[in-house]
Write a protein that binds this ligand. Structure first.
Ligand code: PRP
Ligand code: URA
Length: 209
């Protein structure tokens, strides 16, 4: 079973509270999402493998550590995942960025795909899928399905707010995908929105409602 890590750092929790507030406007919401994504990326990358290389400081030669292993890619689930990309890139500026376009059908609540473009160097890259909301889990599951079909093997999912149902669904569908999340809320309502949640992340990010 995959690992679920709740990123309970005080700065993340404080910023998330500001975002949840219904009076948080688009500009602040966007900035806070980017800041939280950066802080969460610090946790997601904590266990990246290191190797020692020899360098020369102005004083002497020495061995020092650099990141080893595969390079990273970031895959936002459109639209709202886009708001997390710059935060991750602030820490991992050389990461490539793929995109997956999915929206939840308002009637069925099932994900509908409209776009998928991923980095081509499959064998050389591990991916972090980003989306602020993990509600039913349908969108994350579908996105990871697409990515796996393209041959990617090591995938991490990074979300802001989830609920027990969505997390369980992702773990069942993709037991090899570790999940990093800032908060696990109580439940879904009858429209499959997270309670208390923060509302519709895409609309709040782009001011479309
Ligand atoms: C939101 C959110 C997730 C999805 C989560 O996107 O950004 O992608 O819903 O719900 P799920 O876990 O039940 O699939 P939405 O479908 O509203 O699309 P948008 O980002 O284009 O607004
Ligand atoms: N999508 C959102 O943006 N918010 C939710 O609470 C659920 C799905």
């Amino acid at each position: 079973m995959s690992k679920v890590t709740v990123v309970d750092h005080p700065l993340v929790q404080h910023k998330l509270t500001l975002m949840r507030d219904k009076d948080c406007g688009t500009k602040d919401f966007r900035q806070l999402l980017e800041e939280i994504a950066m802080l969460m990326a610090y946790e997601v990358t904590r266990e990246l493998p290191l190797e020692e290389i020899e360098i020369e400081t102005p004083i002497t030669k020495c061995k020092s550590k650099i990141i080893a292993g595969k390079k990273l890619g970031i895959v936002p689930i459109l639209r709202a995942g886009l708001g997390m990309v710059d935060g991750v890139l602030a820490l991992v500026p050389t990461a490539k960025v793929g995109h997956i376009g999915l929206y939840r059908d308002p009637e069925t609540h099932l994900p509908v795909e409209y776009y998928c473009k991923l980095p081509m160097d499959v064998a050389e890259r591990d991916l972090i899928v980003v989306d602020p909301m993990l509600a039913t889990g349908g969108s994350s599951i579908a996105a990871i399905d697409f990515i796996k079909r393209r041959g990617y093997k090591t995938i991490t999912l990074m979300c802001l707010v989830g609920c027990p149902e969505g997390i369980a669904a992702v773990q069942k569908a993709h037991p090899d995908v570790d999940i990093y999340i800032a908060a696990i809320d109580e439940k879904l309502n009858e429209n499959k929105y997270i309670v208390p949640g923060l509302g519709d992340a895409g609309d709040r990010l782009y001011g479309t409602k």
